[in-house]
Design a protein around this ligand. Structure first.
Ligand code: ATP
Length: 230
């Protein structure tokens, strides 16, 4: 579904992504593990069109999307949950979640909301509360639910576990497993290898913009855990 080929991203003289090739198939969760500055966010941001790559190719469903604007990529089915729990703080929980579903009909939005509440009960309990008043873990889930709300076929999760208590890591993990069951392709980045290795099928260890190890999560476990301490 997503195919990245020899991707290069640079900021002035800094090579943030230096020749990365990877694929993500429907229903598959692929993990990019790496320390601060490894280039994970730059890679994700180039897939959603926030940064331009200088070389290489990004294909979605076989089509080169390099020249496609961000909003068109979102409409094509690429969802994104940014690093650092970015919610619209003054907006209600429900409006935050439905902001991701603005292009769907009212009926589809209602169905989407019901499904989200079935997965994450607190969304229903807190639906009218400003999202900025929620705990960190709850805000992260709202951000992920917003990305899921748009019914993406590919979901990009940038460090979804960052700074979260185990209870929220479990809930987010359950959400990712649900997406796997629905055939959604997930590309997630993490510095925290342990919980991410439990849910991903395949992983890449990234350092200095390059992929150093790739394999099934069982195969890269040792290398991924070593990276966690860098
Ligand atoms: P983090 O976990 O800290 O977000 P990361 O693995 O996502 O790290 P990137 O944020 O992609 O890594 O950063 C890769 C490299 O590019 C780093 O050297 C970083 O300093 C640099 N970089 C990232 N964004 C910019 C920018 N907007 N301008 C200049 N340099 C940048």
């Amino acid at each position: 579904m997503l195919s990245i080929e020899d991707l290069h991203v640079a900021y002035g003289g800094t090579r943030a992504v230096d020749g990365v090739t990877l694929q993500v198939e429907a229903g598959q969760t692929v993990l990019l593990i790496g320390a601060n500055g490894a280039g994970k966010s730059s890679l994700i941001n180039s897939v959603i069109g926030l940064v331009r790559h200088s070389r290489g190719r990004i294909r979605f469903d076989g089509r080169d999307i390099s020249a496609m604007p961000s909003d068109a990529r979102a409409r094509a089915g690429i969802g994104y949950s940014p690093e650092g729990r970015r919610v619209f703080a003054a907006m209600s929980v429900k409006d935050n979640v439905l902001a991701g579903a603005a292009r769907l009909s009212a009926r589809e939005q209602a169905a989407r909301w019901d499904r989200m509440v079935a997965s994450f009960r607190f969304l229903g309990e807190r639906q009218s509360q400003p999202a900025g008043e929620l705990s960190g873990g709850q805000q992260q889930l709202v951000a992920i639910a917003r990305a899921m709300g748009g019914a993406p076929r590919l979901l990009l999760l940038d460090e979804p576990f960052l700074g979260l208590a185990p209870v929220w890591i479990q809930q987010i993990s359950a959400a990712v497993r649900q997406m796997q069951d629905e055939g959604i392709a997930v590309l997630m980045t993490e510095q925290m290898a342990r919980p991410a290795l439990k849910i991903a099928h395949y992983g890449h260890v990234m350092r200095s913009g390059q992929i150093r190890r790739s394999g099934l999560t069982s195969e890269i476990r040792g290398a991924a855990l070593a990276e966690e301490y860098l």
